[in-house]
Design a protein around this ligand. Sequence first.
Ligand code: SPV
Ligand code: MN
Length: 626
Amino acid sequence: MNPYIEALRPKLSKEDYQKLCAISIPKVHEFIAKSADLCNAEHVFICSDSPEDKEHIRQQAIAHKEEAKLNISGHTVHFDGFYDQGRDRKATKYLVPKRVFLSKALNQIDRQEGLAEVKGILRDSMTGRTMICRFLSLGPTGSVFTILGLQCTDSWYVAHSEDLLYRPGYKVFTKSGPETDFLRVVHSAGRLTDRMVSAENTKKCIYIDHMDNTIYSVNTQYAGNSIGFKKLAFRLAIRKANTEGWLAEHMMLMGVHGPGGRKTYFAGAFPSACGKTSTAMLPGETILGDDIAYIREIDSVARAVNVEAGIFGIIKDVNPVDDTTIWDVLHKPGEIIFSNVLVKDGTPYWLGMGSETPKEGVNFSGEWHEGKKDANGNEVTLAHKNARYAVTLSALENCDPELENPLGVELRGIMYGGRDTKAYVPVQQSFDWEHGIVAYGASLETETTFATVGKEGVPEINMMSIQDFISIPLGKNVRNNLEFGKKVDNPPVVFGVNYFLKDKKGKDYLNDPKDKHVWVKWMELRVHGEVDAIKTPTGYIPKYEDLREIFEQVRGKDYTKAEYNAQFTIRVDANMAKIKRVRDFYKKNVTYTPEQVFWILNQQYERLLNAKEQFGDYIEPEKFLE
Ligand code: SPV
Ligand code: MN
């Protein structure tokens, strides 16, 4: 008998033993055996994705109090620890072999030192517990995009979430040859409090070992840190894409419905909490993905798939007026895991839901009442800002029918959007692929939000919205994007969007969140060359007449010239200051920056300078028509 299966034998039931033996990839047996041994798991459960196995996971999540049932059938709630409410940048590190250098901007630790630390913490972490093994497929199965993954975890909540968020992969594993490659994740929630949340926040480690394609995560439950196939495997995929010549991106995917029944696929990169999911979910359009996309050149065409099959979305501000699609899903029977919301009498409540909320209940801090203070004297909000819901995409009525297409969809447009209150107009089109990649993607600047642990509102460069995840030299990432455009005959049209522009005083937002639908429709028309645009120093911007018409059609709103002028005035100084910050960032922090980055930024700077000499600091769009 294979020594790994032999080592596992005492921990497996007869059925689990058979399920494991049906897989003939020795590295699978080795990884499970070594993880179970290191963590000292009492039992090992092999999930075969059968309805019974999935039901078992759902029941165990409730039985172990990691989830509790809510009133609506299929709805449950899960809580994470008070200090475990977002992705933890400090605790997430790359394990770097000696004499290998990663960009300074990346959080890293010597590989041997890090392995010793994290394995030390994982040792015996599953004593008395069951280790659940989940086999998953990133991207549609049976496709050139497919990457297989195996996660070992002691959290039933994590195993359950994976049902909603990923495609089942057990069958694929059983049909694959002995040499099959796969990503590995071992996770333990660590010691738990009586509320079943990770107790030792200061010993949280999320370490990424790209030599072994393995992720170690311990003392955390928050899905972004514990579900290895979200942002952790994403880092490994970026490396794989780098060597194989494709792109792994932090992008939503959507079908935008244009005139005559036409559908045009767009991808969109936005840092967390900058409007990515709400764009993908716009009513009347179809959603293909809301978080991670793989993009490949196939027959000289850019094609994309959703790596995931569900949504782990921010629930804050989801209300029945702005977010009809998801609001309806969240209020009808079906499988949904709410996390870190307020629960009162079996009903979940969250911030910005647009209706009255209770004055007490249970939330991420335990028993909660209005005015409750944390240990530092700060008020505890009724729900966490980063409270979320997990739901499968197919539960949405506007789920795009191409979700499982093994060839993906043809990508015609890409949008990059950050949280920029000062400089970029709400929507603009780049002059060409290179300009878009550099001026919008590589220059993406945003303010930090609640989705990562730490201070909010700090401006930072977040290249292509994947700054946190780039596991290769940052400059190489820009180069890969630039090169990709050359591989396809008709590169996607690149747009920069900004939903967060404020008035000149920096006081009020200039747009309603729903205006994004207008920008999306305009971009669709631009891809097909059906509307004209105005050339400005930073890109092509819409003409008033066109937006007026789209505002009327999409929002039933009379869009005034004054609104247009306020939103689309080119703010020269703010744009020049942005370029300076971006240039500085690349000079100081980035290795292997392609020269093109500096050329393109310098040219943009020059254009702005010339425009300023002619028209001053604030230039209304029509000046550029003269
Ligand atoms: C994000 O924050 O970008 C998310 C959620 O998509 S997380 O899983 O935390 O990454
Ligand atoms: Mn994300």
